[in-house]
Design a protein around this ligand. Sequence first.
Ligand code: NAD
Ligand code: DAU
Length: 349
Amino acid sequence: MSKTILITGGAGFIGSHVVRLFVNKYPDYTIVNLDKLTYAGNLENLTDFEKADNYIFEKGDIVDKIFIAELFAKYQFDGVIHLAAESHVDRSITNPMEFIMTNVVGTVNLLNAAKNLWKGKEEGKLFYHVSTDEVYGSLGDTGLFLETTPYDPQSPYSSSKASSDHFVRAYGNTYGMPFVISNCSNNYGPNQFPEKLLPLFINNIRNGKALPVYGDGKFTRDWLYVVDHAIAIDKIYHNGKNGETYNIGGFNEWTNIDLIKVLCKQMDIALGNDEGTAEQLITYVKDRPGHDKRYAIDANKLKNELGWEPSLQFEEGLAKTIAWYLDNEEWMDNITSGDYQNYYKEQYS
Ligand code: NAD
Ligand code: DAU
């Protein structure tokens, strides 16, 4: 069946993989990718499908409610998959207001536009909100985040995402907006902006620069290959139940320092360096303020109800990721010149 779907944030890391999957898998759908092209949005992530007949790119800001209303009137969307966000915890610590504007106000603008367009015709429509496991706060040494875990966000980023989740549920409850929400763990893979741990460290290793490990490095994250996240989003979009939340995770917990050591080993092999070369770059630095100790996802609801499981083992996903960054050095060099240098100096000096 033909549909017109709005995907927001499709020039970013996860969004570009979601747009690629939908454009290639659903030739009968029209996919409109709306992105502001902030520092994290990059049209170079989209070159392999940018000329597809069922793909349209729109540059714009979800905070601009007039632009958003016009966009909904122009395309008469059947569905929205909302990924656009300010997504980096460290940046939220230095500039929380940007996160409130995009993540909260921007989400409510989209909800209002969808509510106005779909009023009385909600059947077959869907607002899919892509969120994060960080809304649940931090775990101790044991336990897992379930869909029923109470929200306890600790950073300006996770607070803004939690707030947007609440607004989506409120629109479902108050106005009958058909919605689903998914909360995913840390993604890794091709096209991730090198402010996040893995691409940052891959880039630093290839340039022989220090690897800044926050605090004691004993913080735990659950890692998922980005394409598996995109596949989960496809499954939930098409088979998820209205009003439900689905946790997405890799069943793959690592402390940062253990993960970094595996990365260092694989980078030495990929670069043809002696074993131990990259590890010498590890440098412990001041901790992130309010750093969440441990995230770990129970993704069994998604597995049992919709039959989704991660397709890649971590070592395999990491090897593919490293190979992509080393094959795409120009992509990395283009985005790490200019403003990135100023960000890096401010964050790490
Ligand atoms: P990203 O920072 O790589 O990309 C965000 C995209 O949104 C960029 O293309 C940017 O240009 C665009 N954008 C930002 N502000 C905008 C605005 N005001 N209007 C329109 N577009 C705007 O982020 P990501 O890592 O791909 O994350 C995508 C989504 O997934 C986010 O909602 C994030 O909270 C969520 N998420 C991310 C992870 C992760 O590990 N990266 C894990 C779970 C959930
Ligand atoms: O859990 C999902 C979240 O994962 C997403 O919602 C966020 O958008 C995404 O950015 C990510 O958040 P994290 O804060 O976990 O990711 P980040 O890559 O920034 O950091 C991962 C871990 O590595 C974290 O414990 C902090 C640590 N770290 C990070 C950087 C950038 C370092 O030790 N040194 C660093 O330089």
